[in-house]
Ligand binder design. Structure first.
Ligand code: BMA
Length: 311
């Protein structure tokens, strides 16, 4: 069996707080996409207040990023948005869809964590569209195309009953979502036994939608966040064709093992290249941004051959 599925970029970490022209404590959990032939990264940063904002960086090659002088999204000061973003905006994912880029992000407030939807067409200005969940939701990735006439997303509600699982929901307009159901659960006494959540925006392959998700294992020394792969049926993503039995990435480098939160690799984005490779991006220990590459076909194979059932 193949030993490593992700090859770490030798220049990791690719972005840290020292690369940001304004005062931040961390650079992590970034969504990444291609726009106008360049790579755009929307990264989360903790401020010294402990609250988060979202910055923006650009790159020609997907590895060397330069942060812009100003943040891209900060908690809104206006009306309803202000009330629900008071404690920060976090963990952006970027979905290219119908000539625009939709950004899902966690909005944190005294009422809990919920998910907001924002939209940009130029990565210079950004408009809020709507909050698309109530409280206690995180990790929403919207599929990059309509499926059977509806928009679709993977999400992760957080209820009193664990383990916390990945659900699917649908929408006619990106604003109102429903028809929700569980599609994938953590596996007992497994690397993702405690909770799972969608990570990168799903990638279309011939054999299905490839989803890179995170799984959490509780240890006596805290929680360990790792990444795994699952494959969803193309025309019915509620059907999971297979879940890779083993993780594809775990905290190993020093800046993944030790940081703001130890032992975390957490993805919000990946870019599929035309040559069949994947550029995968992850936050290391909630402190820095890292990158690596994988072969898309190998991840698909893992889901189909060395797999466990989704439920
Ligand atoms: C999750 C989220 C992520 C974070 C992870 C590890 O619950 O808050 O943003 O990377 O915990 O701290």
């Amino acid at each position: 069996m193949k030993k490593e599925f992700v090859t770490r970029y030798e220049g990791n970490p690719i972005l840290t707080k020292d690369d940001v022209p304004y005062a931040v404590e961390t650079v992590h959990n970034a969504g990444v996409t291609k726009f106008d032939g360049r790579y755009i990264m929307l990264f989360r940063s903790h401020l010294a207040t402990g609250r988060s904002i979202i910055g923006i960086a650009e790159s020609e090659d997907g590895f060397h990023f330069k942060a812009r002088p100003e943040p891209f999204m900060v908690p809104s000061k206006k009306g309803e948005l202000c009330e629900y973003e008071e404690f920060g905006v976090e963990d952006p994912r970027i979905t290219p869809l119908e000539r625009a880029y939709y950004i899902t992000y966690n909005a944190y407030s005294r009422y809990g964590a919920r998910v907001g939807l924002a939209k940009t067409t130029d990565f210079k200005t950004v408009e809020r569209v709507a909050f698309i969940t109530q409280a206690d939701y995180r990790n929403i990735v919207i599929f990059p195309e309509k499926i059977n006439g509806r928009y679709a997303r993977l999400d992760r509600p957080h209820s009193d009953i664990s383990p916390w699982s990945i659900w699917i929901s649908y929408s006619p307009d990106l604003r109102y979502w429903g028809d929700s159901r569980v599609v994938m659960k953590p596996e007992a006494y497994h690397w993702d036994a405690m909770k799972i959540g969608p990570g990168a925006v799903p990638i279309r392959t011939d054999k299905g939608w490839l989803s890179i998700y995170h799984g959490v294992f509780a240890t006596m020394d805290g929680h360990v966040y790792r990444l795994g792969a699952a494959l969803h049926k193309l025309d019915d993503p509620a059907e999971v064709l297979g879940v890779g039995d083993r993780w594809i990435l775990q905290p190993e480098d020093e800046w993944e093992v030790v940081g703001y939160v130890h032992n975390v690799v957490f993805t919000c984005g990946a870019v599929a290249e035309e040559d069949g490779t994947l550029k995968l991006y992850w936050g290391g220990a909630d402190k820095v941004m890292c990158a690596g590459t994988a072969i898309i076909d190998e991840l698909v194979e893992l889901c189909l051959t060395d797999s466990r059932p989704p439920i």
